[in-house]
Structures are given as structure tokens and as C-alpha cells.
Design a protein around this ligand. Structure first.
Ligand code: ZN
Ligand code: ZN
Length: 240
């Protein structure tokens, strides 16, 4: 069985880990590397690498530090260049492995299929992961306003649920979020309405757990999102 861990989720930093008992993958490096390594100490001996979705700092600021401490990084070439533009050259470039959307690869006990996402960065991607040990399929998708692919026989879904339209509108009305930010948010992030549509479009029979990630501080209500998704899917939901 795959287990999912989270050290940080949201616009101040993202760090997750998935573990099938034989090997583990880190997902995102959006907090300092030291914190990532100490946070996942118990699974560190079986960490096979870190997959990064895009170069924004809440996903990538710890990437260089992880490479320096011997963790292999996997990312698209657009994300690699984006990280170097933002944070400077990766000191251990041989640790950075360039991957491409649509090109599946094996990593320890995992088969990894990166897929294209829609975000305001150069070459963002999400990851479809299959554990050959647990024989389970996990979808990881964040920072995207649209997911064009359909996925079959998923067992675990980790998906961004950044905002809901009514809560976003309320934040704008109350002056917590400038109105000018709304179009950018709708064109770069996945909200409650998107999540519901996505679940409707994809077969949910085999899903055993849903993790909602990357909730906004201003425009999201964790309890409400959990309730609504549990009600609409009939599946257990954890909000990170
Ligand atoms: Zn983000
Ligand atoms: Zn982003």
C-alpha cells in the first residue's frame, strides 16, 4: 500500500513524500532541503529521488540543497532552466535528470509518467505514479488550471484545490485579495469547481483516498472542501 506524507502544502511551500515500503519518492522541494531531509528522516534510506512540478519557489526553492545532499532531482528541461534562472546554477547538475511529459520512466520500485499541466511557468508537469510493489496508481497534480488527460484506475489522488469561486469573490469584496489577481488565479490554479469536474470526468471506482493540496490561505475552507468532496465522491478525503 502506498502511504502519503506531507511536510508543507500551499503557496508558502510544498513538500510531499510517497512511500510503497520498498522505495519512496519526494514530490516537490518547496521548503529548505534541511527541513525536507529532517522531516522525512524515517524514510530517507529508501528515497529514490525528488520529482519537481515547476520552478516556482514554493515548489523548488530547496532543489539545489537536496542535490547538494545527494538526492537526485527529476524535472522537465523548462523547469530546470527556470530553477537556474531564479535560484542560480544547481551546484550538482549531474543530480538533475531531465524528463519529458508523455515519456514514462522507471525509478526504483516506481513507474513515473510525467504529464503536461497548465500554469504560468515554462514547462510544468504533473506525475502519474505506479508502484510495482504496492500495485497502486497515484496521481499528483498541482498548480494547473486545467488537466487535459483522463486517467483510469487511480487508487490515490493528490490534487490541488486552491480556491472556490464564492470564497475568492468574498475575499475580493473584503479587500483581502486584489481583484486584478482573479484572472491570474483562474488561469493558473485548480479550484474546488475544477476538482469536482475532474472527478466527474475520471472514473473514481478504484480510488481509495483523495488528498487535497495547495489550499489558498484566503480563498479556501479546508473543512468545507473536505465535506463537499467526500459527499460528491463517497471517498475519504484528507486536506493537507
Ligand atoms: Zn504553487
Ligand atoms: Zn506555481
Amino acid at each position: 500500500m502506498i502511504t502519503v506524507k506531507c511536510l508543507a502544502s500551499g503557496s508558502s511551500g510544498n513538500s510531499y513524500a510517497v512511500d510503497d515500503g520498498k522505495s519512496a519518492l519526494l514530490l516537490e522541494a518547496g521548503i529548505p532541503a534541511k527541513k525536507i531531509l529532517s522531516g522525512y528522516l524515517s524514510i530517507l534510506p529508501r528515497v529514490a529521488g525528488c520529482l519537481i512540478s515547476h520552478e516556482h519557489q514554493d515548489h523548488a526553492k530547496g532543489a539545489d540543497g537536496l542535490a547538494a545532499r545527494g538526492i537526485d532531482l527529476y524535472m522537465t528541461s523548462g523547469t530546470f532552466c527556470g530553477i537556474e534562472d531564479r535560484f542560480g546554477k544547481i551546484d550538482h547538475p549531474y543530480r538533475a535528470h531531465v524528463i519529458r511529459a508523455g515519456e514514462q520512466f522507471s525509478l526504483a520500485s516506481w513507474i513515473v509518467l510525467p504529464f503536461e499541466t497548465k500554469h504560468d511557468t515554462t514547462e510544468p508537469c504533473g506525475y502519474l505514479l505506479y508502484s510495482t510493489v504496492a500495485r497502486e496508481k497515484l496521481l499528483f497534480a498541482t498548480d494547473t488550471y486545467y488537466i487535459p488527460n483522463l486517467f483510469r484506475s487511480l487508487n490515490i489522488i493528490m490534487v490541488e484545490c486552491n480556491y472556490s469561486i464564492p470564497l475568492l469573490d468574498a475575499s475580493i469584496r473584503d479587500g483581502r485579495v486584489p481583484e486584478i489577481m482573479k484572472p491570474r488565479l483562474l488561469r493558473s490554479h485548480f479550484g474546488l469547481e475544477n476538482v469536482k469536474d475532474f472527478f466527474l470526468a475520471n472514473g473514481m471506482q478504484s480510488v481509495r483516498h483523495i488528498y487535497l493540496i495547495h489550499l489558498s490561505d484566503n480563498n479556501a475552507d479546508p473543512e468545507q472542501f473536505k465535506r463537499e468532496i467526500e459527499r460528491s465522491t463517497g471517498k475519504p478525503v484528507t486536506v493537507f
